[in-house]
Ligand binder design. Structure first.
Ligand code: GLY
Length: 362
C-alpha cells in the first residue's frame, strides 16, 4: 500500500492539492510552511475537536515556524449560524488578523462549512485550508468549495462557493470518531459507488469487514477514491449547474427525512435511507432493475445503515420538507435516480404517487 496519496482538484488558478496520509496531523506544519498561504493562521475548530487535536496541530505548526492561533466555538450544528460567524469575525479582527493571514478549518462538516464561509467574506476573502476530522468531511464536504451556514428557514441557505487552498486528510483521526458518525460517512462513501464507479461498489462489497474496522490498508485508498471522484465531478461543474447535482443522490428524500426527524437522525444515516428510497423510486419509474436495487439495499444493510424511515416520522411532514428543499427549482423537486450501480440520471419526472409509495414502504 502506498502510505501517501496526493490528488489535485484541477480548477485552473484555483486548483489545490488533497494530501492523504496517516499521522499527517503532526506533519502539516512542515508542508504548510512551504506553501506560504498565509503569514499567520486562525485555526477554527469546535471545542471538542480542539481538545482532541488542537495541541498536536499547534505543535506541528510551531515546530515548522508557522504562526497560528486556535479560535473555538461550541460543538454542534446549532452553532452553524450567522451569529457564530459574526462572533468569529470579531475574534479575528480583535486579534489583528488581516488580508495576509489565512484560516484553517479543523473538524467535521460544521467547522469546514463555517471556516470556509468566514474565509470567503472576512476582509472580502482570505485563503483557507481544510483539515477534515470526520469520515463524512474527509470524503465529501472538505472538497469542492461549498461553504455556508443555516438560517431558521433552512440548512445551508446562506453560503458561498469558495475553494480551499489545500486539504489535509489524516485517516488516523477517525479512530476517535463515534461509530454512528463512521456509519454516516460510509453512507456518503456508498453514494460514490452508486453514482459513478461500479468497481468501487464491488470493493465496498468485498472489503466490508476491513472497512468497518477502519483498517489503514483499505481506508486510505477508500478516502482517496472518493476524493478523486468528487474532484472529477467538481472540475466539470464547480457551481452545481448540472453534473454536480449527482452528488445529491439520496439527499432529496434524505434531507426531508433528516428535517422531519428534527435532525435527531444524523445526516449520513438519513442519506442512507434516502438512497434506498431513490433506488425504489428508480424501480417504480422503470429506470432500474429490481436486482440492481436489491444490490444497493443489501450493501446499505450489510454496513448496518438504516434503510427504513422511522415509523414515528410523519409522512406528510416529510413531503412538506421535500417541497421546501433548496434543490427544488421553480417549484419542481429533482431526484437523482440510479439506472444501474455506477450510473444515475437527474429527473423531475417522479409522480407524487411513487413518492407516497416509497415513503410508506420505508
Ligand atoms: N456534498 C455535495 C457537494 O459538495 O456538491
Amino acid at each position: 500500500m502506498k502510505i501517501e496519496r496526493t490528488l489535485v482538484v484541477g480548477l485552473a488558478e484555483r486548483s489545490y492539492p488533497i494530501i492523504i496520509r496517516p499521522s499527517l496531523l503532526s506533519l502539516i506544519g512542515a508542508d504548510l510552511a512551504t506553501r506560504k498561504i498565509g503569514k499567520r493562521y486562525g485555526i477554527i475548530s469546535d471545542d471538542h475537536v480542539a481538545g482532541l487535536y488542537g495541541e498536536t496541530l499547534l505543535q506541528s505548526l510551531a515546530d515548522a515556524g508557522v504562526e497560528a492561533e486556535l479560535i473555538t466555538f461550541p460543538r454542534g450544528e446549532a452553532s452553524k449560524n450567522l451569529q457564530t460567524i459574526a462572533t468569529l469575525a470579531s475574534e479575528l479582527a480583535g486579534r489583528g488578523f488581516d488580508r495576509g493571514d489565512a484560516l484553517i478549518a479543523l473538524g467535521g462538516g460544521v467547522s469546514g462549512d463555517m471556516a470556509g464561509f468566514l474565509a470567503s467574506i472576512y476582509m472580502r476573502g482570505i485563503p483557507f485550508v481544510q483539515i477534515p476530522t470526520t469520515l463524512l468531511s474527509q470524503v465529501d464536504s472538505s472538497v469542492g468549495g461549498k461553504t455556508g451556514v443555516d438560517i431558521p428557514e433552512g440548512k445551508n441557505l446562506v453560503g458561498t462557493f469558495y475553494q480551499p487552498r489545500a486539504v489535509y486528510i489524516d485517516p488516523d483521526v477517525l479512530k476517535t470518531l463515534p461509530k454512528e458518525e463512521v456509519l454516516g460517512g460510509l453512507a456518503e462513501v456508498i453514494k460514490y459507488g452508486v453514482i459513478w464507479d461500479t468497481e468501487f461498489f464491488n470493493f465496498l462489497e468485498q472489503q466490508r469487514e476491513d472497512i468497518l474496522a477502519l483498517k489503514g490498508e483499505v481506508i486510505l485508498p477508500l478516502i482517496a477514491r472518493c476524493c478523486e471522484i468528487k474532484a472529477q465531478v467538481v472540475e466539470q461543474d464547480e457551481r452545481e449547474g448540472g453534473l454536480r447535482r449527482i452528488l445529491n443522490f439520496g439527499h432529496t428524500i434524505g434531507h426531508a427525512v433528516e428535517a422531519a426527524s428534527d435532525f435527531s437522525l444524523i445526516h449520513g444515516l438519513a442519506i442512507g435511507i434516502g438512497m434506498r428510497a431513490a433506488a425504489d423510486l428508480a424501480v417504480l419509474g422503470g429506470h432500474l432493475s429490481k436486482e440492481e436495487a436489491a444490490r444497493i439495499h443489501r450493501l446499505l444493510k450489510e454496513y448496518g445503515l438504516p434503510v427504513t424511515i422511522p415509523p414515528a416520522l410523519d409522512r406528510a411532514a416529510i413531503k412538506q420538507f421535500l417541497k421546501a428543499d433548496k434543490k427544488t427549482i421553480g417549484g419542481k423537486v429533482f431526484f437523482v435516480l440510479p439506472e444501474s450501480v455506477g450510473k444515475v440520471l437527474i429527473t423531475d419526472q417522479v409522480s407524487s404517487e411513487d413518492v407516497d409509495t416509497v415513503l410508506q414502504d420505508g
